[in-house]
Design a protein around this ligand. Structure first.
Ligand code: COA
Ligand code: ZN
Length: 312
């Protein structure tokens, strides 16, 4: 069980962060970014996605990438949309495979070309397939608060979907505010209800900072008992199929919030800032977390243009 004083950060920069960048990184560059996160002690990393390379060209080469970074100390995961993704992920040896299902038909159709019912059928099939493998399957419930096409999603709709997925045997659920629309009051209500029904070890939150409410949402979820969070190095992020979605809440900001509140993350901030520099340098578009200027001063970190030796 997660210690109540520990907050586990899963860095989704290499997947959510890079899938929507104007610049497509090479497998080597993505490997470097993941290595930098490992060096910073980030305990969990979403390395990429086993999706159609036609749908998301930036995620091509996931198996090769995973072979480059695999080690036994980090909890690695990869996103999958279907059974083919599961098979590819298992063949690559990725221990946790993350299905994604949105709360609304329109978002599922745009993202994975399936209705809700079809997406849930895929979840049932893939979770059943996983019983014969060493892989663990978790599910992202995307657009958990608001859908860019269908608007506000009633909390009960998200709760019902989570319960259906747990009943199917999902190992864990990541409640994802894909477009960064949630306010802390909504987060508090939804996560408190889920925590009353399920173990906090099986629940995690994923926020985007589109409306600058990302850290407030993290705080609301912490207060509700959540101890696992997705975050993205340097605030990279965004879904190519969800209009208006901007970057995830930045890992450096979430680590700062957690540590300043007295939680342990096990992450080394100076090394994390180096990983953030690398993300900025490689993508040319990431801007770093909201607290970057203060963190640079506090940890006497030279800014990215000097520490990396080249301008982004
Ligand atoms: N990995 C790699 N290739 C895959 C795949 C997977 N998981 N699933 C399907 N494909 C390939 C098929 O083999 C087929 O290839 P071909 O054209 O060379 O024959 C092609 O993709 C189309 O397959 P099809 O089953 O008809 O899929 P589709 O065109 O209806 O697209 C998805 C459905 C789910 C594969 C696609 O929309 C997708 O990958 N979406 C991912 C979206 C995403 O990552 N969003 C961001 C995260 S929230
Ligand atoms: Zn996201």
């Amino acid at each position: 069980m997660t210690h109540p004083d520990t907050i586990i950060i899963n860095d989704v920069g290499p997947r959510d962060g890079l899938q929507n960048q104007p610049k497509i990184l090479t497998v080597d560059e993505r490997t470097q970014l993941i290595q930098a996160l490992i060096e910073a002690g980030v305990p969990a990393i979403e390395v990429g996605a086993f999706v159609s390379p036609k749908a998301v060209p930036a995620m091509a080469g996931a198996a090769e990438l995973f072979a480059n970074v695999n080690n036994s100390d980090t909890d690695f995961s990869a996103l999958i949309p279907n059974a083919k993704g599961f098979e590819l992920g298992v063949a690559a040896g990725v221990p946790t495979l993350s299905l994604v299902v949105a709360t609304s038909n329109t978002m599922n159709e745009k993202n994975i070309r399936m209705t809700n019912a079809q997406a849930l059928d895929v979840c049932r099939t893939v979770i059943a397939m996983s019983q014969d493998t060493a892989a663990t399957v978790q599910v992202y419930v995307a657009t958990a608060f608001e859908c860019p096409f269908e608007g506000i999603i009633a909390a009960q709709q998200t709760i019902d979907m989570c319960n259906t997925l747990f009943d199917m045997g999902a190992n864990a659920i990541v409640v994802a505010d894909t477009i960064g629309a949630a306010n802390p009051k909504q987060v508090s209500a939804l996560m408190s209800e889920l925590v009353s029904q399920h173990s906090t070890d099986k629940l995690s939150c994923h926020f985007h900072d589109t409306r600058a409410m990302g850290l407030a949402d993290v705080y609301a979820a912490i207060e509700a008992g959540i101890r696992r969070f997705d975050a993205s190095i340097a605030g990279l992020g965004g879904c190519p199929f969800a209009p208006g979605a901007s970057g995830n809440v930045a890992t450096e900001d979430v680590v700062m919030l957690a540590e300043q509140m007295g939680f342990h993350t096990g992450i080394d901030m100076p090394a994390l800032l180096r990983a953030s520099d690398l993300a900025i340098q490689l993508t040319g578009s990431a801007r770093g977390g909201n607290a970057r200027a203060w963190l640079d001063r506090k940890f006497q970190h030279n800014n990215h243009s000097t520490s990396q030796g080249s301008k982004p």
